[in-house]
Design a protein. Structure first.
Length: 365
């Protein structure tokens, strides 16, 4: 039976939708033909640990029940990790949803949100779809946040600044001093969100002390995810650590039951000491693998931005689409950003080896 034609309709969509860029997810590896590795979405190469899978299985047994709307047990575990009161932890369906909550809590029609560009591609979509005005500030020639220009871009209408550290997709991170200097230039009523989705992959010796920054500034909020180092991207859970008044506002606007029961259970299981220890080992392995890839690329003659994430960025400009196709011929599916550059996730060692072969043959072509 064929489906009936839908009726003629004349609904009025928000004109703002016409201006929204589409979110481009990392392409999956094609099926059929020789094996290709998907290193296009900054995912963990490690599947969830057995304890995490078991927690999900148990949660599914009660799948006919709504989850704990307040995510109480998970918030307590996260709060203990950060040394703050659980009321200040605001989880939802991934950090991307929490970023949307922040915008809904802060931004009225026409208010401005400042962020670096290129950065996480969800920012312009989230800002535009909530009625805000996006103010993207170009990265420096070294693919870092241009904090000077970002401070200048803050106006009377700015409600939120997002700093992504390490920056997706380019890789450089911000130091404690850089963030503090920036905060000194931003009015205290403007919220500054530190998006630390990739924090666990940063060299621990030099990672910014964002906990201390949060403790010193009433306008700072941290954004974190369980999608990357904890490896449960498919289950969807992330959170903010906010000061009490902003946290209360985030609780007000967030999607009810945003964190599903399996997602809460999985995230909670990652705090079990034996699970945490193995996740820390996995993060250390990714850091080591990144260093191996960076050193090999440098030896080939590449000059890439210094990444502290689980990815490296090839700023190839006009050549980006051709490099993307070339890499795929060598067995690795990367993430292209138009004619800006190409990002490769640090994941399985076999995939990194193919990436290195592709990069070498690109230079030799
Ligand atoms: C900088 C940044 N923030 C947030 C996210 C989203 O995280 P989640 O999967 O928790 O929504 C990503 C995911 O790629 C990211 O790159």
């Amino acid at each position: 039976m064929t489906a009936p034609e839908p009726p003629v309709e004349s609904i009025r969509l928000r004109p703002a939708l016409d201006a929204l860029p589409a979110y481009v997810a990392g392409r999956p590896a094609p099926t059929g033909g020789p094996r290709r590795w998907k290193i296009s979405s900054n995912e963990s190469p490690f599947p969830p640990l057995p304890e995490v899978r078991e927690a999900v299985r148990e949660a599914v047994e009660n799948g006919h029940r709504y989850p704990d709307m307040g995510s109480a047990a998970l918030r307590e575990a996260i709060a203990a990790d950060h040394g703050v009161d659980p009321s200040r932890i605001c989880p939802s369906t991934g950090a991307v949803a929490v970023t949307g909550d922040l915008i809904r809590a802060l931004v009225s029609e026409g208010d401005e949100v400042v962020y670096a560009w290129r950065s996480f591609e969800a920012y312009p979509i989230l800002v535009g779809s909530h009625g805000g005005r996006a103010v993207p500030v170009p990265l420096t020639a070294g693919y870092e946040h241009d904090l000077e220009a970002m401070a200048v871009a803050v106006t009377e209408r700015t409600r939120l600044v997002i700093l992504c550290t390490p920056n997706n997709p380019t890789g450089p991170s911000l130091s404690t001093g850089q963030i503090e200097d920036f905060l000194a230039r931003v009015p205290e009523h403007v919220v500054v969100a530190l998006d630390e989705a990739y924090r666990e992959f940063h060299d621990p010796a030099t990672v910014a002390d964002t906990g201390a920054i949060l403790a010193r500034h009433g306008n700072v909020v941290l954004l974190r995810t369980f999608s990357k180092m904890q490896g449960i991207a498919g289950l969807r859970v992330g959170y903010a650590v906010a000061h009490p008044r902003l946290a209360a506002a985030l609780h007000q606007v967030t999607l009810p039951f945003g964190a599903s029961a399996p997602a809460q259970a999985a995230a909670l299981a990652t705090f079990r000491p034996e699970v945490r220890a193995r996740l820390d080992e996995q993060a250390a392995w990714v850091r080591g693998e990144r260093e191996r890839v960076q050193a090999a690329l440098a030896a080939q003659g590449w000059q890439l931005p210094p990444s502290q994430g689980n990815f490296v960025y090839f700023p190839l400009g006009e050549d980006s689409p051709a490099f993307l196709a070339h890499a795929e011929e060598h067995g690795v599916v990367l993430r292209g950003y138009g004619t800006d550059g190409v990002r490769a996730t640090i994941a399985e060692a076999e995939a990194s080896d193919l990436l290195l072969q592709a990069a070498a043959s690109w230079l030799a072509r």
